[in-house]
Write a protein that binds this ligand. Structure first.
Ligand SMILES: Nc1ncnc2c1ncn2[C@@H]1O[C@H](COP(=O)(O)OP(=O)(O)O)[C@@H](O)[C@H]1O
Ligand SMILES: [Mg+2]
Length: 285
């Protein structure tokens, strides 16, 4: 599918694919809040093992899209299935069951301040697999902390006592303890210096090498998108598009971004303001 088609056609071409062949399938997704349309007409599928970066300017709906995929936000319209199960049709108990197959790495690490690092990482095991013996809990916590490059001594510390980069790594370790099939990362490198950002990028790649995981990485960091993803989806704010225009301006390998047909994609990846300054001053007038 060319970029041109993506803009002109109201529905994405993948709508014609047979159901049930991808890990995640999104059909005709609309999300509205208080009458504000945030996402509309999104139809996409994500294959098992893919690492998809979701990029786009602040406020365009990346986090909302990601949260909808993992059933943290209920769509206004449309269908989302995970491994053949329609998320809308599941009972609360079934939803809880399916969420165990997801790992979440939230934007601000979202660790429990009152728990030390060990208990933070052990939390999902204790919560979801309460019969697990303490020896096994200890083994798994230690393994996953080592995987993200954290020494054992860190386990006894509290979140406030470690750096932001370390907190993000603990967040990743915690997401890994239940061996998720899908990991979603929300802005995993935002707020980190370039070196620490690259440590996180390497860890995302490493996680993919070690486990047969599918990943969705929401980011506005182009280094992260280029480095970790085998597929990039660029979203555009719905309010800035005309009727029937696709909200996804680009969907393809990162190597195609730089020469995308759509000028807005090239501008975004090069960090150019383009027409946006004029649009902003119009909006303020
Ligand atoms: N729970 C919510 N209730 C109302 N509006 C929301 C909610 N979550 C997100 N929004 C709005 O949806 C838009 C997209 O948000 P978001 O997905 O967080 O953007 P981003 O692309 O920066 O991740 C924003 O305008 C935001 O204010
Ligand atoms: Mg966001």
């Amino acid at each position: 599918m060319s970029d041109h088609d993506a803009i002109e056609t109201p529905h994405d071409a993948s709508a014609d694919e047979p159901l049930g062949h991808a890990l995640i399938e999104v059909r005709g997704l609309d999300v509205e809040f208080d009458g504000h349309v945030i996402l509309s007409g999104i139809t996409r599928s994500i294959t098992r093992g893919q690492t998809v970066a979701v990029i786009g300017e602040s406020g365009c709906g990346k986090t909302v899209f990601m949260k909808t995929l993992v059933a943290l936000i209920k769509p206004t319209r449309g269908q989302i299935s995970f491994d053949g199960a329609d998320l809308n049709q599941l009972s609360p108990a079934e939803l809880a069951q399916i969420r165990r197959r997801f790992g979440f790495v939230f934007q601000h690490a979202a660790l429990f301040d009152s728990m030390n690092i060990f208990d933070n990482v052990a939390f999902p095991i204790r919560q979801n697999e309460p019969d697990t013996g303490e020896d096994e809990v200890r083994d798994r916590v230690r393994t996953h902390l080592l995987e993200v490059g954290l020494p054992e001594e860190v386990a006894a510390k509290f979140p406030a006592e470690i750096s932001g980069g370390m907190q993000k790594r603990v967040g990743l370790a915690r997401a890994l303890v239940l061996k998720p099939e899908l990991i979603v990362y929300d802005e995993p490198t935002t707020g980190l210096d370039p070196i620490m950002s690259d440590v996180i990028n390497e860890l995302i790649l490493n996680t993919r090498r070690m486990y047969p995981v599918t990943s969705v990485v929401v980011t506005h960091d182009m280094h992260t998108a280029r480095k970790v993803a085998d597929r990039v989806m660029m979203f555009f704010p719905r309010r800035m598009l005309g009727e029937g225009q696709s909200q996804i301006l680009f969907d393809g390998p990162p190597s195609g971004l730089e020469h995308a047909d759509d000028r807005r994609v090239r501008q975004f990846v090069r960090g150019e303001a383009g027409d946006r300054i004029r649009e902003m001053s119009r909006a303020m007038a």
